[in-house]
Design a protein around this ligand. Sequence first.
Ligand code: SF4
Length: 375
Amino acid sequence: MMISDPIASFQQAYETSRQILNRIHDQGQKLFGYFCTYTPIELLAACGYLPVRIMGGRGKAEQCYRLLPEFICPFMKRSLERAMNGEYHFLSGIVQSYTCDAVCGCQAVWKNNFTNMDLYSISLPYNSKQQSREFYIAEFKNFIEKLGQPYDSGFQEKLRQAIELYRQVRQAVLNLYDSAQSGLLDISAEEMWYAVNAGFVIPPGQYLELIQRKVQQKKEISDDQKHSLSVIISGSEIGHPDILTYVEKTGGRILWDDHCTGIRSFEPADGYGEDPMERLVDRYMKRSPCASRSRAEDRWLRWEKKLHHADVQGVIFVLQKFCTPHLSDIPYFKDQLKKRGIPAIVLEMDESWEVSGQIRTRIDGFLDMVQGKNG
Ligand code: SF4
């Protein structure tokens, strides 16, 4: 695949991704879209496609109301809006792993309205038993068969290469998070958001170069930053980083996150197994779960381990309006956090991702309260 002009920063990569992808498409590379990071992008790469995550982002939702009701999350509204504006014309198809009902329902809307694209769905098991693993493997094999690929030794080799490439990408992002968390890498919340999100929409080779460049500029955070209030941001897709910047400017330091456009998509970097398909399935079965695929109690077990190693002073849940899976986990999480003496706040965002006066006041009040509590 031809590499286009060098990109100077993650933000530039994210903001010019459409031009980059158009150019790649014009050079003959086929691209395939996906909504959610439960989608096995390694299979798409092994089948010769460049996987591109379909993002909602910030903007208007107007045309989409011809096809969707109002009570759908901004992520689904905006991605349909963008498709109706022709922004995804370069996709040969879309694949979605069954996550929440909203995304599966919207996929049917895409299917009926973008007849030039092939649409596929992959069912995912909820359990981690041996039968679930076998079901997962069968689903993945079924998918590549639909894309016209036999699971033979030639394909297995391509799959090994794709797994290795995306292992490197995930590991690089996890290292970025580790360095930022330990204070060895001075990276703002905004830059981290662009760093993660650029990786979903530009070719992996270009992305790895950007990460390596960032790591070479490593610089420790200042003492002031070290003494900021340590918070976690959790929720679904965060469509724009302004809200994170506001938290940071108001005295919060985002120690780690658990949302659909953050570290959740990268843990673990790889799985185990001699056969590449088993290795791939192992990775997806062990991945950090989303509220739409897991019980709150099981997600909480992972949080507990992380909280054990980090001094977290507050949690800010940033949810997409009408995102039922994430909203329904909140009572359990708030309860558990309360038992640990960690205060939490829930903010709901619409497609404008505007940090309104009301939201600013709530963040100000919350961080004041956390500050007071921690003396
Ligand atoms: S999990 Fe929430 S934000 Fe994500 S697609 Fe479903 S409803 Fe939308």
